[in-house]
Design a protein around this ligand. Structure first.
Ligand code: ATP
Ligand code: HMH
Length: 268
C-alpha cells in the first residue's frame, strides 16, 4: 500500500495531548504516515508545563536530515520552536530540501498559559520561517503579537491576517478558538477571505487544538487537497475531536484524536 509521508517538527508533550504526540495521532487519523523531528522535550500535563529541554541545533538538523534523505515528506508541519538557533536550523533545512506544503503554527503560549518561545525568537520565526510557509495558523493572542496591536473584532483579525499574508507571501488562518461565543476561523490568501464557521463547544478540554488543526491541514495538503479544502476538512476533524467529549486530567484536557476510527474504540 501507499501512504503520503508527513513530517512534524515540534516539541514533545509528555501528557500526549499537544505537540508531537497530537501531531502523530492526527496524522494517523487523517490517513498519512507521520514522522517527527523533536525540537524540545516538555514536561507537561493538562495543568501546565513544568520543564523544557531543548534539542541542540546540531541534533535537530540530524533528525531532519535523516527524514529527508530517506522518506521525503509530502508536507511539513512546524510547531513549537523555542529559540533562534533552532528556527535558523529548520529554515536552512527546509530551503535545502525544497520542502513542499509547509504549515507553520506559530506556537507562543500553551493553553495552560505557559510561554513556549523565547521573546527574541518571534522575529526569527516571522523573518525566517513565514516566507517558507504555504500557510501559518496563529490563534488570536498570537495574531495580536504578530500584528502588534489588540484585536477585538473579526474585521480587525482579517485586517491583521491580510497584512501578514502580504508581507510574508503566505496564507494566514486566523483561528477563533479564543474568541467568545463562536469558533470561526478566517483564511486569508491572495487577498481573498474565506470564513470557516465553527460552533463554540462549551468545554475546558481544548489542550492541543492548534497542533491538531495544523497537522490535519498538513495531512490534507499531502493528500493533494487544495488549501481551502484542506482547511475545511481539518476544521471538521478538530471539531469532531473536541465534540467527542474526552475527559482526562485535572486541567485543560486533550482531544479524542481517534474519534472517527471506527472499530478501534472501546468505551472504558
Ligand atoms: N471550544 C471550542 N469549540 C469549537 N472549536 C474550538 C474550540 N476551541 C478551539 N476551537 C477550534 O480549534 C482550532 C484551534 O484553535 P485555537 O485558537 O484553540 O488554537 P490554539 O490556541 O493554537 O490551540 P492550542 O494552543 O491549545 O494548541 C480552531 O479551528 C478553533 O476554532
Ligand atoms: C509541545 C507543545 N507544543 C505546542 C503546544 C501548544 O498547544 C503545547 N502545549 N505543547
Amino acid at each position: 500500500m501507499k501512504l503520503k509521508p508527513v513530517l512534524t517538527i515540534a516539541g514533545s508533550d509528555s501528557s500526549g495531548g499537544a505537540g508531537i504526540q497530537a501531531d502523530l495521532k492526527t496524522m494517523l487519523a487523517n490517513g498519512v504516515f507521520g514522522m517527527s523531528a523533536v525540537t524540545a522535550l516538555t514536561a507537561q500535563n493538562t495543568r501546565g508545563v513544568t520543564d523544557i529541554l531543548e534539542a541542540s541545533p546540531e541534533f535537530l538538523k540530524a533528525e531532519i536530515d535523516a527524514v529527508f534523505t530517506d522518506i521525503p515528506p509530502a508536507a511539513v508541519k512546524v510547531g513549537m520552536v523555542a529559540s533562534v538557533p533552532l528556527i535558523r536550523t529548520i529554515a536552512a533545512c527546509l530551503r535545502e530540501y525544497r520542502a513542499e506544503h509547509v504549515v507553520v503554527d506559530p506556537v507562543m503560549v500553551a493553553t495552560s498559559g505557559a510561554r513556549l518561545i523565547a521573546e527574541d525568537a518571534v522575529e526569527a520565526l516571522t523573518e525566517e520561517l513565514f516566507p517558507l510557509a504555504e500557510i501559518i495558523t496563529p490563534n488570536l493572542p498570537e495574531l495580536e503579537v504578530l500584528a502588534g496591536y489588540e484585536i477585538k473584532t473579526a474585521d480587525k483579525a482579517v485586517e491583521a491576517a491580510k497584512a501578514i499574508s502580504e508581507k510574508y507571501g503566505c496564507a494566514v488562518l486566523a483561528k477563533g478558538g479564543h474568541a467568545i461565543g463562536n469558533a470561526d476561523d478566517y483564511l486569508v490568501w491572495d487577498g481573498g477571505v474565506r470564513v470557516f464557521r465553527g460552533e463554540h463547544i462549551d468545554t475546558k478540554n481544548t489542550h492541543g487544538t492548534g497542533c491538531t488543526l495544523s497537522s490535519a491541514i498538513a495531512s490534507n495538503l499531502a493528500k493533494g487537497a487544495e488549501l481551502s479544502g484542506a482547511v475545511e476538512k481539518a476544521k471538521a476533524y478538530v471539531t469532531g475531536a473536541i465534540a467527542a467529549g474526552l475527559e482526562l486530567g485535572h486541567g485543560n484536557g486533550p482531544l479524542a484524536h481517534g474519534f472517527d476510527l471506527t472499530g478501534t474504540y472501546i468505551d472504558v
